[in-house]
Design a protein around this ligand. Structure first.
Ligand SMILES: Nc1ncnc2c1ncn2[C@@H]1O[C@H](COP(=O)(O)OP(=O)(O)OP(=O)(O)O)[C@@H](O)[C@H]1O
Ligand SMILES: [Mg+2]
Length: 479
């Protein structure tokens, strides 16, 4: 095999290879004797021996030595002047082999499948990239891979694009996809509802303008409803207690002003009309959705932002409580199976400055989900807007094309597994290319080309506007 270059400097687990092969690029995996490393950075450097002519050098991060007992980490630097070779297909297969292997693409520049350890789904994943980089296509591929392994997947689909994307993926066994809409009916889809009892005062504030006095009054109302009905109450019950409070306030028997109570009553009444069919007494039973081999897509594209946030809040709470009930065989509704929760456009639900119960519930899943078999996958085009606590719990990072320096900084702060060199290179990635780092991978990182999803040919986009023709007829213009 033709050599890829020569080691010219070496220190710790890093070495500098003077590149002689056109094939070597960022992310190429090289073999140096029994050692394996990955090209983390490339630059041209002066070579003293040949005057001012610059030579291409690759900074290689050595990640292991192949021994009869498997790979082990290296204890001393690579010998200078060793020759480096591109890793063969067989080498790559061996290096990436893992217990629950899943693959959503090929190792960049090779035909080798890029296997990662799907068993690490419960250490949470973040898929981050600028808009249009290919996040949704990558996520659809990942969902397909998990589903083929039997893991139940629940997708919060903010733009309603996953039913279409998933249906375009060809698999030997057809994928089992069930789609639910929120708030509006769509033909052929079921509807997903949320129990009113999951709404906190803060959540109500997201739906309607409530001042501090009204929130205080609402708190009294919700406590009274809960005291009477437990967790099974409707918006009618909330309206009923609001009426009661207004009457009491009118008689001077309540701790709130009559005006406040009446205004609250009006607002809750109007909420009841707007959110008809979204909030019910029981809500959808999530245990039915979380079943092996099933992909349940919750299409929230037709709902308002507040309703979407309530959907995420409800799902997170029910999943975690249900899994806790299952594990400790507690009374209450149990969720029988492990699950992967995919949240698309996650900055809407986990925004750093967001004050909605959905953020707190996502933080709970990120912090405790692993103990109960819940994996979280957050997908976002605005990494810098996402709560750092949630991001830092994602032990696998999948990054695509990113240029915004603020987003890059946020990623650097939130993830231990990502080096500055990789961050620097994120703007050089093309659509459909990604860098994977962290828990799912034995290597320091992997550059991967995501499998294409062939969609029916789109009409060529052209800006074709025609001027309206004006016909001069005497004094007036007619179009
Ligand atoms: N793996 C792929 N196979 C085929 N086409 C792809 C692939 N990845 C991305 N593309 C192309 O790039 C376009 C954008 O991809 P995608 O919708 O996944 O981006 P995105 O990052 O989710 O964008 P947004 O931020 O708008 O949600 C697609 O319409 C498709 O044309
Ligand atoms: Mg998308």
């Amino acid at each position: 095999m033709e050599s890829a270059g020569l080691v010219v400097e070496s220190e710790g687990s890093r070495c500098e290879v003077q590149v002689t092969s056109e094939q070597v690029e960022l992310g190429s995996i090289l073999r140096i004797g029994r050692l394996y490393g990955i090209v983390a950075y490339m630059r041209y450097r002066d070579d003293d021996k040949i005057g001012s002519k610059q030579k291409l050098n690759a900074s290689v991060q050595i990640f292991g030595e192949k021994t009869d007992a498997g790979m082990r980490s290296i204890k001393k630097p690579v010998k200078p002047y060793s020759k480096a070779y591109p890793a063969s297909g067989e080498d790559l297969e061996e290096l990436l082999d893992c217990a629950d292997s899943i693959s959503f693409g090929v190792v960049h520049g090779t035909g080798a499948r890029a296997y990662v350890d799907g068993g690490e789904y419960d250490r949470h994943t973040a898929v981050l990239a600028s808009t249009g980089a290919g996040k949704s296509y990558l996520t659809a591929n990942l969902i397909k891979e998990y589903s083929l392994k039997g893991l139940p997947v629940l997708v919060v689909d903010t733009h309603g694009e996953f039913p279409g994307l998933l249906s375009l993926i060809r698999t030997e066994e057809p994928l089992e996809i069930e789609v639910y809409t929120v708030g509006r009916d769509k033909q052929g889809y079921k509807t997903f509802t949320i129990p009113v009892s999951t709404l906190t005062c803060g959540d109500y504030r997201h739906f309607t303008n409530l001042n501090d006095n009204q929130v205080h009054a609402l708190d009294m109302v919700l406590n009274r409803v809960y005291h009477r009905k437990g967790e099974e109450y409707s918006l009618d019950d909330v309206v009923g207690v609001c009426e009661e409070l207004s009457e009491e306030a009118g008689r001077g028997n309540a701790k709130v002003h009559e005006e406040t109570a009446k205004a609250l009553e009006r607002r809750i009444r109007s909420l009841r009309n707007i959110f008809k069919g979204v909030f019910t007494v029981d809500g959808t039973d999530l245990n039915q959705l979380v079943q092996p081999y099933k992909i349940a897509v919750i299409d929230t594209s037709l709902s308002t932002q507040g309703v979407r946030q309530s959907v995420v809040s409800y799902i997170c709470k029910k999943l975690l409580d249900g899994r806790i009930n299952k594990k400790h065989t507690l009374d209450g509704k149990a969720i029988d199976n492990d699950v992967l929760l995919v949240v698309e456009e996650a900055h809407n639900y986990a925004g750093a400055s967001l004050d909605h119960s959905c953020k707190r519930q996502l933080q709970r899943i990120a912090g405790e989900g692993r103990k109960f078999g819940i994996g979280l996958m957050v997908v976002s085009q605005k990494p810098s807007k996402i709560d750092e606590e949630i991001l830092s719990q994602c032990n696998t990072g999948v990054y695509m094309h990113i240029t915004n320096p603020r987003d890059k900084d946020h990623i650097r702060r939130s993830f231990e597994s990502v080096s500055d060199e990789i961050i620097k290179e994120l703007d050089s990635l093309d659509v459909g290319e990604c860098v994977i780092t962290g828990a799912m991978l034995k290597l320091p990182f992997l550059l991967c080309t995501v499998d294409r999803i062939e969609s029916p040919k789109k009409r060529e986009r052209k800006l074709q506007y025609k001027r309206k023709r004006h016909v001069k007829t005497g004094k007036f213009d007619y179009v």
